[in-house]
Design a binder for this molecule. Structure first.
Ligand code: PEP
Ligand code: MN
Length: 264
């Protein structure tokens, strides 16, 4: 179902109000790793909207490596995302980790994110396949291209064909970066599949200084969009501060992406 043999035109996810993923434009999803409080998410939403982003990201249910780390605000975080959407008009993407939270996440999200750790949670993939809600499926920590596409097949096989793929780096022997961003997977998957492919240079590198150059590269290889973590005060972030862009750097990135996409 993911392949060009099944469908010959590129999949465009239409979120309404002119916001699309997979269309002619590079779609920007930006926001904090986690929704932390009302001020933080509203301030970030205003900043990314003004800079040209179309979709607000922010985790309310967080898959943290340590159980002692901030786990997210849960439904309260989702409500804050909805408030930010109401004020700015941004669409909202947020992670769903558990079948038990499908109803509550669907109530607030425009796109459901399935994180790297759940890419092969087949029970969860089957359940979201039954929904009428776009899904962004992040590449698993160590997933091959085939495994990633087969995970998308799990969703589509249940009827939900509104699937976006997101390259977020894979684990290698490298220690200097959090993951190794696999830029080649973007054109490769686009050659194999009609589904849109987004790049996440924030989790792909884990270092804010690398986010801008790798995002530029992702745009240049033809990504359908970029997801990037932005925080008004990265030093105080409750998660992923070291890979979060400050507002000024996000604006700089947006200008540079404009220059790349208009020259392509
Ligand atoms: C995220 O985008 O917030 C996230 C947890 O990413 P990943 O699943 O790629 O690690
Ligand atoms: Mn994060």
């Amino acid at each position: 179902l993911t392949s060009w043999n099944f469908k010959q035109d590129k999949t465009v996810i239409d979120l309404g109000d002119g916001v699309k993923v997979g269309g002619d434009e590079l779609t920007i999803m930006a926001g904090p790793c986690s929704v932390e409080n009302k001020e933080q998410i509203l301030e970030t939403a205003r900043i990314v909207k003004a800079a040209g982003a179309k979709i607000l990201r922010g985790g309310a249910f967080k898959p943290r490596t340590s159980p002692y780390s901030f786990q997210g605000l849960g439904e309260e975080g989702l409500m804050l995302l909805a408030e930010a959407r109401a004020e700015t008009g941004l669409k909202v993407i947020t992670e769903l980790m558990d079948i038990a939270h499908i109803d509550v996440v669907c109530k607030y999200a425009d796109i459901i994110q399935i994180g790297a750790r759940n890419m092969q949670n087949y029970a969860l993939l089957k359940e979201i396949g039954k929904l009428d809600k776009p899904v962004m499926l992040k590449r698993g920590m160590a997933a091959t291209i085939k495994e990633w596409l087969l995970a998308a097949e799990y969703v589509m096989n249940e009827g939900n064909h509104n699937v976006i793929l997101c390259e977020r780096g894979v684990r290698t022997f490298g220690e200097e970066t959090r993951n190794t961003m696999d830029l080649s997977s973007i054109p490769l998957v686009q050659q194999l599949s009609h589904l849109p492919v987004i790049a996440d240079p924030s989790h792909g590198t884990g270092r804010w200084e690398l986010v801008i150059p790798v995002a530029r590269a992702a745009a240049a290889v033809g990504a359908d969009g970029i997801m990037v973590e932005v925080h008004p005060h990265p030093k105080n972030a409750l998660s992923d501060g070291p890979q979060s862009l400050k507002p000024a750097n996000f604006r700089l990135l947006m200008d540079e992406l404009d220059a790349i996409t208009t020259s392509l």
